[in-house]
Design a binder for this molecule. Structure first.
Ligand SMILES: *Cc1c(COP(=O)(O)O)cnc(C)c1O
Length: 392
């Protein structure tokens, strides 16, 4: 089966992890700050805090920005459940802002309208979390302008988007947000096995994130409530978690991040070939903004929204491709339609654009290990599938 996404591991990556296994530290030791330094350099961000997953990173970013019960948190329905769960884990009320049907990212028009209404109702959100779907940045300039106007904080879920460029600079530099989160799960752009990170420009926020990642404990005498009892002394000053990254993961991350630009370039070369092959087919593609650079985590296509009974056509196409050995996938089931969120009161129709996109969506294989031959097989199989369905 040709997977939709897959890690790319070199001999150097293997050697970097083996070196750590033979060193004094397995969990957070010297390799973690080295990886954080590499992340700062790659994103041009002043602070980076590495943790054990993007889910953890989203959770402590929300906590550190003061999200809690009685506060509101808005995100995109077209994402992995972890984006919304970050708000729920803090006890906040979660809501979803529908997507733009072309970019598949949170619609800034919808966001603006919803904020206007929320101001009238006195229900403004404390945090808005845009998600850079497929690796393409949201319209962060507009979201930042809205955050100034309505007074909310912004956390970017850039789990798909390390290596992307927005407005002439790296996603993750936090020019238009309070914090930015990356995932290093093996299907993402670079991997640490499991892993994630938060970047920020705010030194106080970075300090809080570091404290929350490790039990709410500090060892710096300057931050303690009274004089240290001695060299062994630490203080717990808040309720934190154990979200630490291991040195094994960090060493892999440092080795991987050296190839970040090459990985993104390889994804672009493959995507250009798909673009060319699909120009004539009845498929909608995610509109990519030529002025910016997507990290191209995903290559999503969508059956023409005008087709009747699109969901069953998509299911048949999915099955045909899988039978041909192609690991197509679907990103994403709109989060608000999950049973957990339905139980909180969400219904179909809450985000019609995300729901409509989901009915016709398929993600095709896209990763640096995908060979030209495999890609030709994907293209041919998709063409044949559409013909069998009478769509081309
Ligand atoms: C993968 C992903 C996450 C969660 O990442 P983990 O590192 O697996 O915790 C969160 N948000 C989005 C959009 C993702 O794709």
């Amino acid at each position: 089966m040709i997977p939709y996404g897959r890690q790319s591991i070199s001999d150097k990556d293997v050697a970097a992890v083996v070196d750590v296994l033979r060193s004094d530290f397995l969990t957070q030791g010297p390799a973690v700050p080295r990886f954080e330094q590499a992340l700062r350099a790659a994103c041009k961000a002043p602070h980076a805090i590495a943790v054990n997953s993007a889910t953890s990173a989203l959770h402590i970013a929300c906590l550190a920005l003061g999200l809690g019960p009685g506060k509101r948190f808005w995100t995109s329905p077209n994402s992995f459940v972890a984006s919304a769960n970050a708000g729920r884990l803090c006890g906040a009320d979660v809501d979803f802002v529908d997507i733009d049907p072309d970019t598949l990212n949170m619609s800034t028009t919808q966001l603006s309208d919803r904020l206007e209404q929320a101001r009238r109702d006195d229900t403004l959100p404390h945090i808005v979390m845009p998600v850079h779907f497929g690796g393409q940045s949201c319209d962060m300039r507009s979201i930042h302008a809205l955050s100034d106007e309505y007074g909310f904080r912004v956390i970017e879920d850039a789990s798909h988007a390390i290596g992307a460029i927005y407005d002439g600079a790296r996603v993750g530099d936090c020019r238009y947000s309070d914090a930015c989160v990356f995932s290093f799960h093996p299907v993402k752009i670079i991997t640490t096995g499991e892993g994630g990170a938060v970047t920020t420009r705010d030194p106080a926020l970075a300090n809080r994130l570091g404290m929350l990642r490790s039990h709410g404990v500090i060892r710096d005498a300057g931050q303690m409530t009274h004089d240290s009892d001695g060299p062994w002394y630490y203080q717990q000053i808040d309720l934190g978690l154990n979200y630490r990254m291991t040195d094994l993961q960090a060493a892999l991350g440092t080795s991987q991040i050296a190839r970040l630009d090459r990985f993104v370039k390889e994804r672009h070369d493959l995507a250009a070939r798909y673009d060319e092959a699909f120009g004539q087919l009845p498929l909608r593609r995610q509109r990519r903004d030529a002025a910016n650079r997507s990290a191209l985590h995903l290559y999503p296509v969508q059956l023409d929204p005008a087709l009747p009974d699109r969901a069953s056509l998509r299911l048949r196409l999915f099955d045909m491709l899988r039978k041909d050995g192609i690991g197509v996938n679907v990103h994403y089931i709109p989060i608000h339609t999950q049973p957990y969120y339905r139980a909180l009161g969400f219904n179909d129709g809450h985000c019609p654009e995300a729901e409509s996109y989901y009915q016709g969506a398929l993600s095709l294989p896209l990763h640096p290990q995908l060979t030209r031959t495999e890609q030709s097989h994907v293209i041919l199989s998709l063409r044949n599938g559409l013909r069998t369905l009478g769509l081309s």
